[in-house]
Write a protein of this length. Structure first.
Length: 157
């Protein structure tokens, strides 16, 4: 069993302020989607304030929402992202968020029990944007194994 867990950061640049009418349906679904994540197999932790989400935290600018979480492995995170009720919200992301040619999601391995800071997560995204996928910062499409394992994840190149 690996002594590492998978960290992820995803960012979203809002088209309008968080409190705007345009964002209302996204905001209305936050608690439901966060509860779905919390109950998902393989979920470990997510960054949140006392309000239960991370929307008040804006380390990458006032128009950028951040989501940082820890998962048992890539399969668990992938199941939540692509095969749960989260997918219905992802399909609507263009209603609320600006498209970007730059990476907006980064994955990396952390020792069990480590909780990455907002700055650490931002550094990993910057690393991915500058160097492309590496064992220190990668994507679902080009995943790397935990440091204490020797094989690539299924579906990675």
């Amino acid at each position: 069993m690996s002594q590492y867990e998978l960290a992820q950061l995803n960012i979203a640049i809002m088209k309008e302020p968080f409190e705007s009418v345009r964002m209302a349906d996204f905001v209305a679904n936050l608690d439901r989607i966060n509860a779905l994540a919390d109950a998902s197999d393989g979920f470990v932790w997510r960054l949140q304030t006392d309000e239960g989400d991370a929307t008040a935290l804006r380390p990458m600018g006032q128009d950028t929402l951040v989501n940082i979480s820890i998962w048992k492995d890539a399969a668990s995170l992938s199941a939540f992202v692509y095969r749960s009720g989260h997918m219905e919200i992802m399909r609507r992301r263009r209603e609320w968020f600006e498209p970007s040619a730059r990476a907006q999601v980064v994955l990396w391995w952390v020792p069990k029990g480590h909780r990455p800071s907002e700055a650490e997560a931002a550094d990993r995204l910057d690393l991915l944007r500058k160097q492309g996928p590496t064992p220190q910062a990668f994507t679902f499409q080009q995943a790397f194994p935990a440091p204490d394992t020797s094989s690539r994840h299924p579906g990675s190149r």
